[in-house]
Design a binder for this molecule. Structure first.
Ligand SMILES: [Zn+2]
Length: 174
């Protein structure tokens, strides 16, 4: 299952909206997005909402990944590794492979790119992670959600998650 690229990808009202090369219509939908092998360029196949013709754009990933606005208002760059670390923690001892987690982060990154926003609240990322975990592994989801709901900040929440998991590990089995 992947995010429906076509439904949420127009950059409505954005000042740097991509105009149709045929008719200059600023509204279009993304039919397909894929990262280059090096992961630095995203290639997007777009369909113009005016003339329905299709064209391709290339954008640098750094330029289109939005800044993350933390709960206290500070901004930071989206940190793929941080999200991946959180997922790994939540999935400790669960039957979830590293590749699946990479795919989850890829999906979140892609969704952020497709939103086309300059900034997103950190909660958007947290909610995305939870949604992905919910379909991946129920236990991992509950771990993540129980801690995340009360923190809403990835850094703070991860240290708490570490504690939670080490507590469970040290609890003797009944
Ligand atoms: Zn057009």
């Amino acid at each position: 299952m992947s995010w429906p690229a076509s439904s949420r990808s127009t950059r409505r009202g954005s000042p740097d909206a991509v105009k149709c090369p045929f008719c200059a219509e600023p509204e279009n939908k993304v039919i397909d997005s894929r990262l280059s092998n090096q992961g630095t360029v995203i290639r997007r196949r777009r369909e113009c909402l005016g003339c329905q013709r299709r064209f391709t754009t290339y954008e640098r990933v750094e330029e289109i990944l939005p800044m993350v606005v933390k709960k206290d208002g500070r901004r930071e760059a989206f940190d793929r590794q941080k999200v991946l670390d959180g997922l790994k923690l939540a999935c400790q001892k669960r039957p979830v492979g590293a590749e699946q987690l990479e795919a989850v982060v890829d999906g979140i990154e892609r969704r952020l790119q497709e939103m086309g926003e300059k900034e997103v609240p950190s909660s958007v990322i947290g909610e995305s992670v939870m949604r992905e975990l919910a379909r991946l592994d129920e236990v991992a989801y509950v771990r993540f959600a129980s801690v995340y709901r009360s923190f809403k900040d990835l850094g703070e929440f991860m240290s708490e998650l570490k504690e939670l998991i080490s507590e469970r590990k040290s609890t003797p089995k009944k």
